[in-house]
Design a protein around this ligand. Structure first.
Ligand SMILES: [Fe+2]
Length: 355
């Protein structure tokens, strides 16, 4: 294949690669404590903990001496003592103790991942630390996290045994809610809703318009609106490749498109590849009304998301049986998803080209 054609060729969504010179959410703040947490991110094993001063730390989870995972060791002060031969590594990743000798080899160290803790998310830079630029982290105010008048909560992290590209595409084509989540998120009207797609630099925004939607019981409960009433609904997905997808529900009085929304619910989801077939979906919600989220509400969202998880895992398994050349037949509604696929593919190829 010549270079021009290759640059336009799309990768199979079950086998998308991941750009490393990016920030990815690796944990919610409350998951990282004064104990060692192992997490697999972009194929790497990482160990996370907090220093005595409360700063989060992420190190490569492998003792350079004999390869023992450091997460199986002991946190002593701000350092990890390996559980095999007691080699000890400080919060900078440098070795601070070799029990069998006084001299510490100067090169003995583990990789330290740059971290930024913002709102209730911990973002890690997975590439060359010299290139880590916190300005690349999406603006949290824009996401509704910490925005005045909005109530924001971290809900849960779902693990999906499928490639993260499949999740981005699931969230970009919200027409699926009518068929995958019947009666739970729409009134049988999402599939045929008119939509418009916008491309803003490297972002993708798709708006599905559902005027005069009759609020069924499940939607009324979920969005705190009166059951049986009519409402104009916009269902918006904005994708920030490769690490974030934001779904918004905007409800307005019918026929009053310029009024402020009656209800606005923003669902920012950090999307992080654990590996080629593992994805984390760090789900949060920001509502335009005050709320103390209940377990019942969160369980409802969890149950809906398990339907997506099961679908994506089945799709991944199908590709794994048929291989990356298994055909897909796309229609107009897939343009946004294909654009997302292309943007991430290009990001990966640009990194590969630079070596
Ligand atoms: Fe879904």
């Amino acid at each position: 294949m010549d270079d021009a054609r290759r640059s336009n060729a799309l990768v199979c969504p079950a086998y998308q690669g991941y750009p490393r010179n990016q920030w990815y959410v690796v944990a919610f703040s409350n998951e990282v404590k004064r104990e060692l947490l192992q997490r697999r991110v972009l194929g790497d094993l990482m160990v996370l903990y907090r220093t005595e001063d409360g700063m989060p730390v992420a190190l490569a989870d492998r003792c350079p001496h004999r390869g023992m995972p450091l997460s199986k060791g002991t946190l002593i002060g701000d350092a990890i003592q390996c559980g095999y031969h007691g080699f000890t590594f400080g919060a900078t990743g440098g070795c601070v103790r070799v029990p069998s000798q006084d001299a510490i080899p100067s090169k003995m160290a583990v990789h330290k991942y740059p971290l930024v803790e913002k709102w209730q998310w911990i973002w890690a830079w997975m590439g060359d630390p010299a290139k880590a630029d916190p300005a690349m982290i999406p603006d949290h105010h824009e996401l509704g996290l910490g925005r005045a008048g909005y109530t924001a909560s971290a809900i849960f992290c779902m693990e999906i045994k499928a490639n993260y590209q499949l999740l981005h595409e699931n969230l970009l084509d919200t027409s699926h809610i009518q068929y995958l989540h019947p009666g739970q998120l729409d009134n049988d009207n999402a599939g045929e809703a008119t939509f418009k797609t916008e491309y803003l630099d490297d972002r993708i925004r798709i708006v599905r318009e559902m005027p005069n939607t009759l609020l069924n019981a499940a939607m009324a409960r979920l969005f705190k609106l009166p059951e049986g009433s009519l409402i104009d609904r916009d269902l918006v997905t904005e994708t920030y490749p490769p690490n974030l997808s934001v779904v918004q529900n905007v409800f307005r009085e019918p026929g009053r498109p310029n009024d402020p929304p009656k209800v606005h619910v923003i669902v920012p989801m950090a999307i992080t590849p654990g590996g080629p077939r593992l994805t984390y979906q760090f789900t949060t919600v920001a509502t335009s009304y005050p709320e103390q989220r209940t377990k019942q509400q969160n369980d409802h969202v969890w149950n809906v998301f398990t339907q997506d998880r099961d679908a994506l895992e089945a799709i991944q398994q199908g590709f794994d049986e048929l291989g990356p050349d298994a055909p897909e037949f796309s229609v107009k509604a897939d343009q946004a998803a294909l654009r997302c696929r292309q943007i991430i593919t290009d990001m990966v190829r640009r990194e590969e080209a630079r070596g």
